[in-house]
Ligand binder design. Structure first.
Ligand code: AQP
Length: 337
């Protein structure tokens, strides 16, 4: 992408919350795909810190995690010149458009969101309005940039659908305000599951530290967590998500990290025990993580550089976002000075 985003190429937007340590699920399901797309698209990758406030955060940790995620984006192969890597709260248009979209989003639609139901159950003492209207802010993130494609994991599919509904609703009322975005969800890696309970997705906020591999885990921690991963008593290495969710999850991870197909891996390991599958998966994860971690540790020492990236890219994002917001305000009849 050129320094200033031209309208010629289709646009990609995606974001990750700085709400904890970034997981292998976030990496395989989303971040890894980002770097593959910057040739054909104008890409914006956001650290969605406003979304993170929907659950309680410790301020100092939120600040640290914001810089860490910025460094991880870059360490995972995203060039901050070619991609607009920025922080959501640095571009006020996100919150401004979210208000407008809230006025075009129905309570019934928001109440059906699985993430709202899951997070309300998880945080019973803090079922706040932000958690409920999260999808309107996410729709604003996407629609502000006239986004064509949104690379996400399968858990975000419902939020893309509501974004499309809101965009279509407003387009039919006011003319063409927004591009209606499509999700980009590679099927094979759409949902990486917890290592302790393979019926649940792997999540940053899981309290069981053995459930989750984080992108900054040390090799010995990865090996230990993999050895403890829940499998089954059948002792045959096969891909069957229904009957063998734990083993299938390990095969998905090994395939994503080694680049080999699941079928080829199953053939290679025929007749071998789960110990082999677990050790091979751990090694493949460690090999994938090694260059990212090395680059991360170099970058995270350079706070000035990371802050500079965020500052410069906030300006680029604001210029694009302001264009859409002006159009929306005007078409909705807000008096223009
Ligand atoms: N387990 C997963 N498998 C595949 N993709 C995943 N993603 C998250 N978990 C998996 C994708 O990662 C991107 C960023 O997610 P997010 O930060 O917006 O939050 P989330 O989806 O709520 O992820 P977490 O890890 O579960 O965070 P917490 O615990 O804070 O809620 C998205 O594209 C998501 O699909």
């Amino acid at each position: 992408m050129s320094q200033d985003v031209q309208a010629k190429k289709p646009v990609i937007f995606s974001g990750v919350q700085p709400s904890g340590r970034i997981t292998l699920g976030n990496y395989i399901g989303a971040i890894r795909n980002f770097a593959l797309l910057d040739q054909e698209y104008d890409c914006l990758y956001c650290v969605v810190d406003l979304h993170a406030l929907t659950v309680r955060q410790v301020p100092a940790e939120l600040r640290r995690q914001t810089l860490e995620l910025t460094a991880l984006y870059i360490a995972s192969g995203l060039d901050p010149q070619r991609n607009i890597i920025y922080c959501q709260s640095h571009v006020p248009q996100h919150a401004e458009l979210a208000w407008i979209l809230n006025c075009f989003t129905y309570m019934g639609e928001l109440g059906r969101m699985t993430q709202f139901k899951d997070k309300s159950a998880q945080h019973k003492d803090n079922i706040n309005a932000g958690l409920f209207t999260y999808p309107a802010l996410m729709a604003a993130d996407i629609l502000l940039y006239q986004t064509n494609l949104v690379p996400v994991g399968a858990d975000q599919k419902q939020h893309i659908e509501i974004t499309r509904d809101i965009a279509q609703r407003m387009n039919s009322l006011y003319g063409d305000l927004f591009v209606v975005p499509e999700p980009y969800i590679p099927k094979a890696t759409a949902r990486i599951m917890s290592l302790s309970d393979p019926s649940k997705k792997m999540s940053k906020s899981d309290e069981d530290e053995n459930a989750t591999i984080t992108l900054l885990d040390k090799p010995e921690d990865v090996r230990r967590k993999l050895r403890r991963a829940v499998t089954d008593s059948d002792a045959s290495i096969r891909f069957d998500e229904e009957q063998k969710p734990g083993v299938s999850n390990l095969l998905t991870i090994l395939s994503a990290c080694s680049g080999k197909s699941v079928d080829a891996l199953v053939q290679e390991m025929e007749g071998q025990g789960y110990g082999v599958l677990k050790d091979r998966t751990a090694e493949a994860i460690n090999e994938t993580f090694a260059p990212i971690q090395a680059e991360f540790h170099r970058l995270i020492k350079d706070k000035e550089y990371l802050t500079g990236v965020l500052r410069e890219n906030a300006g680029r994002a604001q210029a694009l976002a302001a264009r859409t917001l002006r159009k929306v305000y005007k078409k909705l009849g807000l008096y223009q000075l």
